[in-house]
Design a protein around this ligand. Sequence first.
Ligand code: SF4
Ligand code: SF4
Length: 90
Amino acid sequence: MHVELHPIFADTTEGKTARGLAGACVHCGFCLETCPTYLDSRDERDSPRGRIYLIKQLLETGAASGQTHKHLDRCLTCRSCETTCPSGMQ
Ligand code: SF4
Ligand code: SF4
């Protein structure tokens, strides 16, 4: 996935690291069925893939809405999603 960094992130180590991490996602969706928050809500924004897309939006616009905060905050950081990702997403 291509991520075009917003100017506020462009020259930062954190921005470049996040771009590299998010860029590994190929949107296959294999992770969805291993994510407890997605299984509970069935809302794409509560899935690993959806959260990666929200982070892409944040990196490209330089801003995060209340909805973005809500769905990212719901992540349990259990890392169950990593076990099924063919791209080795972290
Ligand atoms: S860390 Fe857990 S809750 Fe967060 S996206 Fe991955 S599987 Fe879902
Ligand atoms: S399994 Fe990996 S590559 Fe596929 S959508 Fe989920 S995070 Fe992206």
